[in-house]
Design a protein around this ligand. Structure first.
Ligand code: PLP
Length: 385
């Protein structure tokens, strides 16, 4: 038996050592608090759960779903885009249901890259952008992503030989893990660059509805000419506490949406229609549940930012997302500092280096831990550091 060569090129799981150490500490009876995972701790709002309970009883939903998503779900996605961003898309041809946006992002490579091609990915980013390229026997060029540039990925110096073989540029703002937000001017430059070089611009917008302090994150599709080159990924996972349900959608450029749909037709048979029915309720009914989550995360953000600053760690309070991105103290690496916090405070944070080369020197703290545990974690960090 011989596995595919591309599997051998998948980067080893960077957090494996921390997981191992955590298990060892827990085996000794030590209480470890994880601030590592970006998975909302609060339950899915009851009106969405109730819609699912009803939908699951309908025999029609027990059969194969529409592969591209039910017309009603795609209409709800289009309606959300219209009301939230003033963006118009044709639900029949410019919206595609996904089994989570991770699935869509991973399959986008199959639709667009051939062996030896390049994708441009931010040097700090969601690992699937480059992992999907590796699985498609393609290469990743990491665009520098520096704090002094507001963590906006810099596509101005991509070498010509890379650019000539590049197919997709991935961006995602509000950004996981840095919490950075893009300006309209940046999006306009990215669109102009993509059009000039014949790239598909894939914008991962998983956090647009988790904003604070009056900030309202945009869709890249609001920008002029975006539909000529952009596909955008939206996920119900984070705003509606639905990570386990696996429901998201892609929208934007028709050719890109159709190409992704063709790949998916040959890979999966769509998401359970009952889940889509519940998602329609999430997207089209009262958005108070999302506002409540924003208030909760903002409170937790302030708690964490204040605690980090009190022990001398630099961090910017993010205007969006569910993460705080902090600089490690001088003399530490991402991993040495994360290890120190685990050994001394029994608190897990994620080493920034796990998100790509420019993540070195930072750690990510997730705000998806119940308040009392978060307070305790912060107290422990304060006491031990
Ligand atoms: C959580 C997350 C996703 C994945 O969302 P799913 O819809 O649950 O697959 C995609 N991109 C980023 C940046 C994320 O943080």
């Amino acid at each position: 038996m011989k596995t595919a060569a591309c599997l051998g090129r998948i980067t080893p799981y960077l957090f494996a050592r921390i997981d191992e150490r955590r298990s060892a500490l827990e085996a000794q009876g030590i209480d470890v608090i994880s601030l590592g995972i970006g998975d909302p701790d609060m339950p899915t709002p009851p009106h969405i759960v109730n819609a699912m309970a009803e939908a699951v009883r309908k025999p029609a939903n027990h059969q194969y779903p529409d592969y591209a998503g039910s017309p009603a779900y795609r209409e709800a996605c289009a309606s959300y885009l219209r009301h939230r961003f003033g963006v118009e898309v044709d639900p029949a041809s410019e919206v595609l249901a996904l089994i989570g946006s991770k699935e869509g992002i991973a399959h986008l490579h199959t639709a667009f890259v051939d062996p030896g091609d390049y994708v441009l990915a931010p040097s700090i980013g969601y690992p699937v952008y480059s992992g999907g390229a590796t699985l498609a026997n393609a290469n990743t060029y990491f665009m520098p992503m520096k704090e002094e540039n507001g963590f906006l990925a810099d596509f101005s110096n991509v070498p010509e030989d890379v650019l000539s073989r590049a197919k997709i540029m991935f961006l995602g703002y509000p950004n996981n893990p840095t919490g950075a937000c893009a300006t309209e001017e940046y999006f306009d430059r990215a669109i102009a660059f993509s059009l000039e070089h014949g790239l598909l611009l894939a914008h991962d917008n998983a956090y647009c509805d988790l904003c604070f302090d009056g900030y309202v994150a945009p869709s890249i599709l609001e920008r002029p000419h975006a539909k000529e080159c952009c596909i955008e990924f939206f996920s119900l996972s984070k705003p509606y506490n639905m990570t386990g349900w696996r429901i998201a959608f892609a929208c934007g450029n028709r050719e890109a949406v159709q190409a992704l749909g063709t790949v998916k037709n040959n890979m999966d048979s769509g998401q359970f229609t009952a889940v889509q029915e519940a998602a329609i309720v999430a997207l089209t009914q009262d958005q108070q549940c999302v506002a409540d989550m924003c208030a909760l995360y903002r409170r937790r953000r302030d708690l964490v930012v204040e605690a980090l600053r009190s022990i001398g760690l630099e961090c910017t309070a993010p205007k969006a997302t569910i993460y705080v991105w902090a600089k490690v103290p001088a003399g530490e690496t991402s991993e040495s500092f994360a290890t120190k916090l685990l050994e001394r405070a029994h608190v897990i944070v994620t080493p920034g280096s796990g998100y790509g080369p420019d993540g070195e020197g930072y750690v990510r703290i997730s705000l998806t831990t119940p308040d009392d545990r978060l307070v305790e974690a912060v107290d422990r960090i304060r006491e031990t550091m």
